[in-house]
Design a protein around this ligand. Structure first.
Ligand code: GDP
Ligand code: MG
Length: 195
């Protein structure tokens, strides 16, 4: 599993030109408390109900998208960057992903602004690459405490040239769509590079 830490010259295309059995590395980014771990646990099929406060987890799963299997390792390790204030880990996270899920909470404007910041940092770290990114507005179930509208989220995604979806980890709403979407994005970019 440590092979996930690839060197910086390793681009999506060089790792993507393997045969089948390709494993996609997907990294969750986003402010504290926005629901990264909740989304990751749903993806991983961990239905434990309570919130575990572990700083770093990875989830390994294959999902069928458009009749084709995709193996994904989902990294929920971003919290550790904040906890340890580790520049090294931060750089690793920015480098290793084949795709990124940037999460904010629709009930937390500051987390929305943080998402933009992360998008910019990611662009800086992976300048020449066209990495698939999905911007996720989570906690869409909390209607009354909403601070970020769907339109604001969508507009932000347009500016940042990425996909957008609102989810509710609590209701499991759109969570499957999110992970299927990321697989499709990875495939799309891979195909267009191989032309
Ligand atoms: P992380 O810090 O980004 O990993 O966030 P967590 O997954 O630990 O979630 C932080 C808190 O928000 C927890 O209490 C979750 O139960 C709650 N939470 C996460 N997703 C949702 C959601 O979609 N709706 C609601 N209402 N609460 C959520
Ligand atoms: Mg977490």
């Amino acid at each position: 599993r440590d092979s996930c830490v690839s060197d910086s010259s390793d681009s999506v295309i060089s790792s993507g030109s393997d045969t089948e059995g390709q494993i996609y590395k997907v990294v969750l980014l986003g402010d504290h408390g926005v629901g990264k771990s909740s989304l990751a646990r749903i993806f991983g099929g961990v239905e434990d109900g309570h919130d575990c406060e572990e700083a770093g987890n990875t989830y390994d799963r294959s999902i069928i998208v458009d009749d084709e299997e995709a193996s994904i390792v989902l990294y929920d390790v971003w919290e550790q960057v904040y906890q340890d204030n580790s520049q090294w880990l931060k750089d690793q996270c920015m480098k290793m992903g084949d795709a990124y899920i940037i999460v904010y909470s629709v009930t937390d404007k500051a987390s929305f602004e943080k998402a933009s910041e992360l998008r910019i940092q990611l662009r800086r770290a992976r300048q020449s690459e066209n990495i698939p990114i999905i911007l996720v507005g989570n906690k869409s179930d909390l209607v009354r405490s909403r601070e970020v509208s769907v339109d604001e989220g969508r507009a932000c995604a347009v500016v940042f040239d990425c996909k957008f979806i609102e989810t509710s980890a609590s209701l499991h709403h759109n969570v499957r769509d999110l992970f299927e979407g990321i697989v499709r994005q990875i495939r799309l970019r891979k195909d267009s590079k191989e032309d």
